[in-house]
Design a protein around this ligand. Structure first.
Ligand code: PEP
Length: 229
């Protein structure tokens, strides 16, 4: 199956840096690519040839929700999908399994694709709660062909720590037993460790933070994924 490589730029790259990235980014055939710039850079990015996703979406069409953006607004701009439930949203902005579900449902209803992030913290893994946490986070997600799950162990995001390929494979297989969809791995993926992770049978691609900010390293990740598809 063709691999999907998605880049989450978090709160990096305004419109100028976004356009500069696309000047040098290249991906071969044989890989699906998605980029998730910050809201203010979406308009610059949708003019490029790659599918562009937002990093979050609200569940209402409109209303008194300062700082939020609706699925309908994203569709109007030409955005094709959105992340929901990233661990940084869960950790710093009070995102819960319920609000993740609401955001995913609204996005899908508007015709957007969704990458829904799940994953355990270090403490949860150490106390043997990984499967219980994943089950709770995955079971609320809607079943829809346009929804992809990203397994991102929280202890591996932006830390340089990566789950071993075997650890990631176990978690992916468990998630797929609950929800039959593509499952991406996320957590310090870079060109040096991508081939080993992406070769695992249940790993269908990657959600990449830090290494997606540099056009050369993101291009190289896309090449590695294409060679394994
Ligand atoms: C992410 O932000 O989803 C992520 C996986 O970040 P990083 O690749 O930097 O660990």
């Amino acid at each position: 199956m063709i691999k999907l490589i998605a880049g989450n730029w978090k709160m990096f790259k305004g419109p100028t840096d976004t356009l500069a990235f696309f000047d040098s980014f290249e991906a071969p055939d044989g890989v699906d690519v998605v980029l998730c710039p910050p809201f203010v850079s979406l308009e610059a990015a949708v003019g490029e040839e790659w599918p562009i996703y937002a990093q979050n979406v609200h569940w209402s069409d409109e209303g008194a929700f300062t700082g939020e953006v609706s699925a309908r607004m994203l569709v109007e701009l030409g955005v094709q999908g959105t992340l929901v439930g990233h661990s940084e949203r869960r950790l710093y902005f009070g995102e819960t399994d319920d609000t993740v579900r609401l955001r995913a449902e609204a996005a899908l209803a508007a015709g957007l694709g969704v990458i829904a992030c799940v994953g355990e913290t270090e403490a949860e893994r150490e106390t043997g709660e990984t499967e219980a946490v994943l089950r709770r986070q995955v079971e609320v997600l809607p079943h829809n062909d346009s929804l992809v799950i990203a397994y991102e162990p929280v202890w591996a995001i932006g830390t340089g720590k990566t789950a071993t390929p075997a650890m990631a494979e176990d978690a992916h297989a468990f998630i797929k037993s609950l929800h039959a969809t593509r499952v991406l791995y996320g957590g310090s993926v870079k060109p040096e460790n991508a081939a080993e992770l992406l070769s695992q049978p249940s790993i269908d691609g990657a959600l990449v933070g830090g290494a997606s900010l540099d056009a050369a390293s993101f291009s190289s990740l896309c090449q590695i994924a294409a060679s394994l598809s």
